[in-house]
Structure formats: C-alpha cells, structure tokens
Design a binder for this molecule. Structure first.
Ligand SMILES: [Zn+2]
Ligand SMILES: [Zn+2]
Length: 215
C-alpha cells in the first residue's frame, strides 16, 4: 500500500506574512520518500510531525528536492546523517549557496510590504545557515520514483521538478496557492516566461489534488 501524507510547517516573517511549507511524505513497500525538507529552524518540528504519523528519520530512504532554494533543501543533509537517504534532484539544478538580490519596488508591486519588513526578510533569508546537499541521483524528467512521475518544470529555477502520481500533483514552487492556484512570485523566478509555461502545463494535468509547497 502507498500512503501520501503532507506535513505542514511554517516560515515566519516572510515579507510580513507567514508562509506554509508543505513537506510531502510517501510510504510504500520500498520505504519512505520525503519531498523537500523545509528550513533548519523547523528540523525538530519536522521530526515531531513524523513521529505523529508513526515515522522516524531512520525510515526516510529517499529525499526528492524540487529545487535548490533554502526553504526546500534546509534539512536534507541533516536527515541523511540519520537515515542515509539518497538525495534526488534535477541535473540542471545548481546546488550552491543562494544570495537573493531583490529590489523593494519589485517585491512591493507583487506582494505589498513595508520597507522595514522587506529588509528584515531579505537579510533573514540571506543569512540562513544550511548545508547545501550533495545530490546522489541526478534526474532528467520522465523517471518514476515512489509512484511519482518526475516532471521537469523549469522557470522558477532551471532544474525545478514537479511530481505526479496520476492523482496527486506535487508542484514545489512551480504553482503556489493563495486563494486560488497562482504561478510563482516573479521576483524569485529565474525565467518568468518559462515559469508561466510550466504553470500552465501543470494546471492542465488531470490531477485530483494539487499540493503546492507554499499555500
Ligand atoms: Zn523556490
Ligand atoms: Zn519555496
């Protein structure tokens, strides 16, 4: 039997808001797969939430990273230390420390925020201390992992991936939920035109449930 569960975590102080982090956990006869891992500050809570669904870090045999942003990769190496999980990501995704260079005007246009909150958030996200994970399995798109098909959905980042099992569509940051389904915030996108294309592609799939990472 294959069971998909969503662990809901939060990131506080995201341009004056609270941002949900939806970590997907799939358990089947081959083990447990985690999709994205949230931030180091959420590590203890993530372990507690796993326990609540009768899982432990040791159970995690695969970690799939939708892309390389800190809020997705933050606990990958720490989880690996306990579980010896293999880490999967797209071959075109660049796993290096990120330094976000955003302008107040650009952000405020899409997400109204005070200057104070803006600079506070920017310095916070640029100071997040985390280990950049080493990728064990580099994907191209089209692979099957833990009942999911891997979909290459570039735009937010070059090697962004989404996962689809015929019912559940795990979108990472290629789709976000804020009232309805929306494309990713353009100021965080590597290529906005491609991000919009990937958004249209994903939302046209015959899913039953969409699970964006944020929302
Ligand atoms: Zn992202
Ligand atoms: Zn994100």
């Amino acid at each position: 039997m294959r069971i998909l569960q969503v662990i809901k975590l939060k990131e506080k102080g995201f341009f004056g808001r609270e941002l949900m982090h939806n970590v997907v956990v799939v358990t089947d006869e081959d083990g447990t797969t985690m999709v994205d891992t949230s931030l180091p500050e959420n590590f203890d809570l993530l372990v507690r939430r796993l326990k609540e669904i009768n899982l432990s870090l040791e159970d995690v045999s695969k970690i799939i990273l939708t892309h390389s942003h800190p809020d997705h990769i933050g606990n990958a190496e720490e989880i690996r230390r306990t579980s010896h999980a293999k880490i999967y990501a797209h071959k075109e995704e660049n796993f290096v420390p990120h330094d976000f260079n955003l302008s107040y005007e650009e952000v405020n246009k899409e997400m109204p925020v005070s200057r104070e909150e803006f600079y506070h958030t920017l310095s916070r996200i640029n100071q997040i201390k985390l280990e950049v994970p080493r990728i064990d399995v580099k994907l191209r798109g089209g692979e099957e992992i833990s009942g999911f098909k891997v979909l290459h959905t570039p735009g937010h980042t070059p090697g962004h991936i989404a996962l689809f099992d015929g019912e559940n569509l795990v979108t990472g940051d290629a789709v976000r939920a804020d009232g309805g389904l929306l494309p990713p915030l353009s100021f965080f996108n590597w290529n906005n035109e491609m991000a919009l294309k990937s958004f249209s592609f994903l939302t046209s799939l015959p899913y039953k449930r969409v699970i964006p990472y944020h929302g």
